[in-house]
Ligand binder design. Structure first.
Ligand SMILES: [Zn+2]
Length: 177
């Protein structure tokens, strides 16, 4: 397994429409393991392939006890509305209130290449919607009002000026204080 570098706001791959996966082979399985490892190290609750520079429809979610690998995920139904604060590993330290469906039904393929259907609510439903958005080149800031988005992006760019759009994640204990 390997930890991948994260692509941050400004990296064009985050805005790409990701391509369907044709087969879940050994390479895809290894990549899914890498996504989980990268997500865990970065302390995220989800990670999409294009956040590590790969524009294919693969994402992982880790919420509470649920660990989900999603290949070619599709949200087939969505109900209710819920607002909550969201962040994103690709826009570190920025948060905003996003309205999402409260309950969803997901159809996807798992790490073994088996199709599955899952009903989700609350935080899990939110994380899945956030990750599926990534695969379509959509970021959580796109759900904010235009003024809020502008302010958030302007502040983020100022605070992260000169840092580039690729970030190497390091274990916390190795981080310089
Ligand atoms: Zn994200």
């Amino acid at each position: 397994m390997a930890v991948h570098d994260l692509h941050l706001l400004g990296s064009p791959v985050l805005r790409r429409q990701s391509a369907e996966v044709t087969a879940v082979d050994a390479e895809v399985r290894r990549f899914i393991d890498d996504l989980f490892e990268t997500m865990d190290l970065a302390k995220g609750v989800g990670l999409a392939a294009n956040q590590v520079g790969v524009a294919t429809r693969i994402a992982v979610v880790g919420v509470e006890n649920e660990r989900l690998a999603m290949v070619n995920p599709v949200i087939v139904s969505a109900e209710g509305k819920d607002r909550a604060e969201e962040g994103c590993l690709s826009i570190p330290d920025a948060y905003g209130e996003v309205e999402r469906a409260d309950r969803i039904v997901l159809e996807a393929t798992d790490r073994d290449g088996k199709p599955y259907r899952l009903e989700a609510a609350g935080l899990l439903a939110r994380a899945i919607q956030h990750e599926v958005d990534h695969l379509d080149g959509i970021l959580f800031i796109d759900h904010l009002g235009p003024l809020k988005r502008q302010l958030l992006v302007a502040r983020w760019k100022k605070e992260h000026k000169g840092e580039g759009v690729i970030k190497t994640i390091r274990p916390e204990h190795a981080r310089p204080e």
